[in-house]
Design a protein around this ligand. Sequence first.
Ligand SMILES: [Zn+2]
Length: 287
Amino acid sequence: MLVSAKEMLQKAKAGRYAVGQFNINNLEWTKAILQTAQELNSPVILGVSEGAGKYMCGFKTVADMVKAMIDGLGITVPVALHLDHGTYEGCYRCIEAGFSSIMFDGSHYPIAENVEKTKELVRVCAEKGLSLEAEVGAIGGEEDGVIGMGECADPNECKQIADLGVTMLAAGIGNIHGKYPENWQGLSFETLAAVSEKVGSMPLVLHGGTGIPADQIKKAISLGVSKINVNTECQLAFADATRKYIEAGKDLQGKGFDPRKLLAPGVEAIKATVKEKMELFGSVGKA
Ligand SMILES: [Zn+2]
C-alpha cells in the first residue's frame, strides 16, 4: 500500500536498520523493485527525480502507474512514492499528483531561505499526511544537472532544519552521487555522529549509496542513518545485463527481439541489486 515514509523510517531508526530508496525510470524498474520488496517482506521507497518524472510523462502518470501497480500486483508491504531532490515548485506538483513523500532540496539556498521554504512545506505536508525530507550540506557529484562538491553539513544547521518538523533529514557527510572517484576520502563519521547527537530521534538519510563499502554502510546505520538512496547501482546492473544479452546475439535468436524478452535480464539484475541492498540495510522481514 502507498503510505508516507514517516512510520517506516521511525521504525527503522528505532530498530537500527535502514529502508532503501530505489529510483525508478519506467514500468520495468518499478515492477522489479515492488516485486522484490514484496518477496522479502520489506518496506520500500520509490524515488523519482524531476528528470525521471518528466521522462515518464509527468508526476501524475508516475503516481497513477505506481498506485495501479500496487493494486495489480497485490503489493501489501508499505511503499512510499517520494520526490527525490525536489525544487520548491516541483514539491507542489508532486503533492498535487498524489505522491506520498517529498524531498525539498534547499541545500543550495542560503540557510535562512532554506528554513523559510522548508517551514512552508512542513505545514502543507502535515496537512496532507505526507512525509518530507530536507537537505543540509550539498551532496557531491552530479544529479539531474545539479552539481555538489560533497561538503559536510554543519550540525547546528541540521538541528535548525530538523526542529522545523521535517520527517527525515539528508546531511552531507562526504557522500557523492554516481560512481565514487578513486581518491574518495570515505564518509565523515565524525560529522555523522555530531549531526546524530544534535537531531536525536530524527531519521537521517544517506544519498549516493552506490559504491559505499558495506562496512561503512553498516557503521552509518549504527550512527542513525535510516534511509539510504540507491540509483546508479541499479542502472549499472541493468545496462550490464542488457549488454550481455545483445552481445551474446540473443536478440537475433527466435523471438529474442521481443521487448519482454530483451528487457528481462535487466529486470532480473535490478531485482538482484535491490535484494542485495535490502539484505545489507537490514530491512528484510520488517514490513
Ligand atoms: Zn541524492
